[in-house]
Write a protein that binds this ligand. Sequence first.
Ligand SMILES: Cc1ncc(COP(=O)(O)O)c(C=O)c1O
Length: 396
Amino acid sequence: MSYDLASTTWGPEEAAAIDRLVREGRFTMGENVRRLEAAFAAKFGMKHAVMVNSGSSANLVGVAALFHRRERPLQRGDEVIVPAISWATTYHPLQQYGLRLRFVDVDLQTLNMDVSKLEEALTPRTRMVVAVSILGNPAALDVTRAFCDRHGLYLFEDNCESMGASLHGKPCGTFGHLNTFSTFFSHHISTMEGGLILTDDTELDHLCRAIRNHGWARDVPPDTTLYQRYVDGFFEAYRFILPGYNVRPLEICGAVGIEQLKKLDGMIEMRRANAEVFVSLFKGDERFIIQRENGRSSWFSFTVILNPALRIDRARVMEHLRAADIGFRMITGGCFLRHDAIKYFDYDTVGEIVHANVAHDHGFFVGNHPQDLTREIQNFRDVIDRAAVPAAVASH
Ligand SMILES: Cc1ncc(COP(=O)(O)O)c(C=O)c1O
């Protein structure tokens, strides 16, 4: 493909790390996962990091942990405020744990939740807000955290698309009580499959460690307040304290993650350099609504929404992109309310959901990679310039 959605960022360092583990015969969660967790927490200035086998598992384990807190646990039927655009597994654990969702529309420019609707979204049953920074672009996390603090709500930051982004100098993925990351193939660092949870709350850290690992006490630090240890080491070795899962990462993912994390800052700089090219080529053209940066984006990708007022035929644009061998796709998961899975949810919407539907019907994104894409972006611009003809002009 001439311009693909994603490319590998693994090099000799990652290959050497895998090689070493294979030679040593160490595969299941151990020292390398622990080292990545420590490095990851230090990198983002948080107390605890817990690695799991995907960003989706990070969301699942995080939500489960909030149900087992000693003080103020979440309970079935509690309400959660969520943005209308995110990935399916931002929402699925909320449904699986019996929470009620209140969908808020997104801002058409940033593609993040329209925080002017937060007060309207609040009800006596609201217990949590899930904030998602879409495709590298920081959500209004400061406003959202202040809102949560004012109303005694949990802030759950699904930062799976925005590692390396920041708002007013504070990294995305550090604003929430719990914060999740994905290290899937196309993301800012990759362990192929993988995810992490960041928190400053020691009880939540211990809960996440048990829940990711069968609900087992084994991986919970000995000074925990979660349970009383038995003297009998035989029983203690196989002690299950919570209803958990097995969503542990592989040791290879830990070792590769350590190498990838060292490269994160450099890779973000390259993504941002590409973004400068993209923005300079697209800004000011009324046919295209491109994502407006809020804070410092880590530019997962480049979104284009064809201005609905000009009635540009997206199918025609897509045909041209295909012919030019340029990869493109829906913006994250589009408007989640449009998916079949919504029938399983207990939910309502806060007013009308307009912009998420505009993004769903008129938008798409092309890839960004940590390498120089100047030529690819220029070619993309030339192709879309020819293809995106407003309806009034097209009919002549
Ligand atoms: C916002 C968001 N949350 C969660 C996930 C799930 O991450 P994973 O693919 O690692 O399961 C994704 C995936 O890209 C995502 O975009």
